[in-house]
Design a protein. Sequence first.
Length: 468
Amino acid sequence: MKKIKNVCCIGAGYVGGPTMAVLADKCPHLEIHVVDINKTRIKAWNDNDLSKLPIFEPGLEKIIKKRRNHNLFFSSEVKKNIRKAEMIFISVNTPTKTKGIGAGFASDLRWIESCARQIAEYAEGYTIIVEKSTLPVRTAEKIKSILNSSLKANNSQNINAQFSVLSNPEFLAEGTAINDLINPDRILIGGDDDDAIKLLEDIYSNWIEKDKILKTNIWSSELSKLIANAFLAQRISSINSVSALCEKTGANVLEVSKAIGMDKRIGEKFLNAGPGFGGSCFKKDILNLIYISEFYGLKEVADYWKSVLDINYWQQNRISSLIIEKLFGTIAGKKISIFGFAFKSNTNDTRESPAINICKNFLNEGCELLIYDPKVTEQEIVSILGSNNLNLDTNKRNWHKLDTIIEAVTNADAIVVLTEWEEFKNINWDIIYSLMRKPAWIFDTRNICNKEEIEKTDINLWQVGISK
Ligand code: UDX
Ligand code: ADP
């Protein structure tokens, strides 16, 4: 059995980029080529100015600086690098389908399929395909059948190619990706080709203890990824449902989550109430789970998981409505300052961010938004909220991206904290209060602002899950 030397990763996104960076760092003997059809993204990965990397992730710049152009390369040379590789990771996007069968639920596998076709066309010799993208169960089977049918067609250049497909789901969370990759709770490898499994295991063994490497059949591996995310999301929906109950009853959600989290059977993680979960995985994976359950006639199972998503939308809309209500039932013509647009802190990713729905709810009511986020670009917000979103009275764009907190609060009626950025924890609220229109409000949907300091001013404070 030959050793792996050349690795190719298709897809230079939030998964492929950091994963390959850590792999290159931990395995200096490997030569890793990350390829992407998006040339702008590749250009940014190769930028000498490391602050221009296409994704923001703490610790990533340091590793890129150390490994880039040594044993880690970013390019758009898909064909050449597929041909050279003995192991190919697939890390392309799998968003929810917007049309056709399963629209709104099933994953759109067109990017996976196009990868499989490229691999079938260009790969040479024994090649191990490792699926990293979050995928609905039985995708590996589809990849296998595309590869095999192309081999049978016998008209491609790769007469000697032989494929083995493994599932190796990624459990990294954005914002802590580098640490999650270096110190994972477990590595899951699903497959039935012992040689291929051994070769992938050997790579991880360079920095991960053997007993953390779990081997399963391919379907268990794919399904485990969906279920892990569904369980995490379910905890958030559970605590968010409790947050509303706390606000009504006089209980405090921080006290409740601490009390229940100390029960070892429950555990303390993922019990922070907030504006609802976002990110590229939770919603998509639960939608997949609902789709699969319905496909197999398990309506009750589908309904059960659907309720986790329903609570998530409900929490976002509940928060939007109560803010409007507290601001005398109308926000038309008012300025609302939005603290944080990313779906969580320490990332520039906005996919499924609760800020999107909440900001749209506000804009529909005719207010002006002053948005501050330390990492999300204006261009990104334009692609979500639109650039010609005009206030009918003033004919001016009704949202603005500001570079500082001070600019974002000037003349604002309210501040809505949506992302738990560290810098929101230590704000001089005296100064902020002096700049705002009175009565001034803070709506802290993450419970991170310094309550004692705020209470020294005359700002009205609302916190999720805490009754006043
Ligand atoms: C998630 C999984 O954690 C990861 O294992 C998987 O590989 C991909 O999906 P990610 O989406 O990057 O990772 O971030 P995560 O930290 O899980 O947060 C998801 C959302 O839940 C965020 O919007 C976050 O703010 C929210 N959240 C998380 C809460 O509202 N409360 C919590 O207690 C924890
Ligand atoms: P994730 O969070 O799963 O990493 P991203 O959208 O950030 O998702 O990244 C996926 C990347 O995969 C994108 O940069 C996209 O251009 C790339 N991609 C999609 N299809 C292909 C393909 N057939 N060949 C190469 N790159 C691809």
